[in-house]
Design a protein around this ligand. Structure first.
Ligand SMILES: [Zn+2]
Ligand SMILES: [Zn+2]
Length: 469
């Protein structure tokens, strides 16, 4: 029998065998618990083998439908635009399922691809995923899990060789026998972060770049806002959202009388949770619009909790986390958040015990902030029009890095955007008496020419005029 007939015969035999397995509820009812659970496990293996076959077929279909083939490709000749579409329609899958089976199918195909002239195995394009394709063909990993490992691990880069990613992939395949695809994806991201400490800041920057708020006017007069937030910004919004709606979504139970009453009120409110959240955010916008000009950002109760180890703070390298967010944050971001006081740091010692970190000496007091607002009149970066109420007090000589003091002379007001430049993008500030200059990093200005930072304070200008006359 030619090999193609052998394969077809094997498929037919497998389908026959599956068809013969009882579909009679009575047969399942008589199983004891242990047997029921064992068959449940075997059914998963059955499905994984079926998925492996689907991936092998989808991989071959994709190979025969390569874009280079144009209209001669298999999918195109069959009347479909893409192999994904062919697979979706012919196997009655969702678009998502079809794209996963084709993606993993390509991976399996690529792992065993043979040079047509020499007949030898060709090194795959993504060799670090070989453990994943092996687990697929061994029937021990679902396709969704394979795809989660692939996206979670990412690609090799400087400092993260393919071999390290291959080790991580092998570990994840082993863990994949007990984790669902979503958890496996998170684990893959964690392993990537462990391997790629240097990449944490890059990935953080990349996520921050993707933030956006889009406002679309609807034909019926409504307005739709689509707001995509990076984890750090999201921590603020999520905290406010939770405070406004948590009793409805199974939040903490309140012991104090006043808190219990507030929770009671939210539960009894006739508005939907979405309407409630909308009203709360609108109230915040209204209040923000006529905020006290001298009240700096982040001088109220801290809303974000930053988790960090004492070792990271001491050595000034490594990463931390925002409470409740899965992705780590870079050390630069930790320092910036600690500088401005919009955060409550929670520091852990070597044994995992939280340490208390005094806020008093590190943060500018309310009176100091009023004095800074009077002196600076807003963000001190030249050309930036953010008023004092939109700024954070930054330590010119960093509190952690340089041992800078929390004094008026060592303080300067910066809006959040410009504060980020200082801590995350390598800009510096120098001071001479009451004058401050902004120094760009060498990659922005090789000469690092200092840029003056004029005060926006009307009172200070009055004083200078008085002196000049
Ligand atoms: Zn700062
Ligand atoms: Zn600014």
């Amino acid at each position: 029998m030619p090999e193609s007939d052998t394969l077809a015969a094997a498929f037919i035999a497998a389908v026959d065998a599956l068809a013969r397995v009882s579909k009679d509820v009575a047969d399942y009812r008589i199983l004891n618990d242990a047997a029921l659970l064992e068959l449940n496990r075997l059914a998963a293996v059955e499905r994984q083998f079926a998925e492996a076959h689907a991936a092998l077929l989808a991989g071959e279909i994709a190979h025969r439908s390569a874009p280079a083939l144009g209209h001669a490709g298999l999918a195109q000749r069959s009347g479909y635009r893409t192999p994904e579409e062919l697979v979706r329609v012919s196997t009655r899958s969702t678009a998502r399922e079809a794209s996963v089976v084709v993606r993993v199918g390509r991976l399996v195909h690529d792992a065993q691809s043979i040079d047509s002239t020499t007949g030898e195995l060709v090194a795959p394009e993504q060799p670090w995923l070989l453990p994943v394709t092996e687990a697929i063909t061994a029937g021990i990993l679902p396709l969704a899990s394979a795809d989660a490992i692939r996206t979670g691990l990412g690609e090799p880069c400087d400092g993260v060789p393919s071999s390290s990613l291959a080790d991580a992939a092998a570990r994840l395949c082993a863990e994949g026998t007990t984790l669902d695809p979503d958890r496996l994806f998170r684990r893959a991201r964690e392993l990537r972060d462990e391997l790629d400490e240097a990449g944490i800041a890059d990935r953080e920057r990349e996520r921050r770049q993707r933030r956006s708020l889009r406002l679309v006017r609807q034909p019926d007069g409504m307005v739709r806002l689509t707001w995509v937030l990076d984890p750090e910004s999201a921590a603020v919004a999520v905290d406010l959202y939770d405070r406004a709606t948590s009793p409805r979504r199974g939040g903490p139970r309140f012991v104090a009388q006043a808190e219990a009453e507030a929770a009671e009120r939210i539960l009894a409110d006739t508005r939907t949770t979405e309407q409630l959240a909308s009203d709360v955010f609108l109230d915040l916008l209204r209040q923000g619009a006529d905020a006290d000009d001298s009240q700096l950002l982040g001088t109220g109760a801290p809303v974000i909790r930053v988790l960090v180890t004492a070792k990271v703070l001491r050595e000034r390298s490594g990463h931390g986390r925002i409470d409740g967010q899965p992705d780590p944050i870079s050390f630069e971001t930790i320092e910036r958040m600690l500088c401005s006081g919009s955060t409550l740091p929670i520091v852990f010692d070597g044994e995992g015990q939280p340490l208390d970190l005094g806020r008093e000496q590190r943060l500018y007091s309310r009176r100091q902030c009023i004095a800074l607002a009077a002196r600076d009149g807003g963000c001190r970066v030249n050309g930036c029009g953010r008023p004092a109420s939109w700024t954070e007090a930054h330590h010119v000589q960093h509190w952690g890095r340089d041992g800078g003091k929390t004094t008026i002379a060592n303080g300067i007001l910066l809006c959040r955007h410009h504060h980020l430049l200082l801590h995350n993008n390598g800009w510096e500030i120098t001071r001479d008496g009451a004058d401050y200059w902004l120094v760009p990093p060498p990659d922005i200005d090789p000469d690092q020419t200092p840029i003056p930072m004029p005060s926006k304070s009307g009172a200070l200008k009055d004083l200078q005029r008085e002196r000049a006359s």
